[in-house]
Design a protein around this ligand. Structure first.
Ligand SMILES: [Zn+2]
Length: 120
């Protein structure tokens, strides 16, 4: 399960990763982040690295923060707005490509077809 977060761009996210981690840790500590599955409070779980494709020449690696429910023990990723769950391309590129506004997208035709199917 994924917890959405942060109205923030990728460059901002990368340069503030440490601060964001501390911020989420503080929110978890006071119980203001709730488990999307059972509604209980969460604790910090760790981070993992994730690749985000912006263009053919702009691929960034970001650290994704994970929290773990204190009751049901499920682990949730705290993902920033510019990433969509289980997608390698950034959310803006996917949105523009689906809307037919981004003709620069280098994703495979089959990938683009799948994106379009998922929104209809
Ligand atoms: Zn839970």
């Amino acid at each position: 399960m994924i917890l959405g977060l942060l109205n923030i761009c990728c460059a901002e996210y990368i340069s503030n990763e440490h601060e964001l981690y501390n911020n989420i840790r503080e929110k978890a500590k006071v119980g203001s982040i709730k488990c999307p599955d059972c509604g209980n409070s969460v604790g910090m779980h760790g981070t993992y690295k994730r690749k985000v494709i912006f263009t053919e020449f702009d691929v960034q690696t970001v650290n994704i923060i994970q929290v773990r429910c204190k009751k049901c023990k499920n682990v949730h990723a705290v993902i920033p707005d510019f990433i969509l769950p289980k997608k390698q391309y950034n959310s803006e590129t996917i949105r523009k490509t689906i809307e037919g506004k981004d003709f620069e997208c280098v994703a495979d035709d089959s990938t683009i077809r799948r994106w379009k199917q998922q929104v209809t």
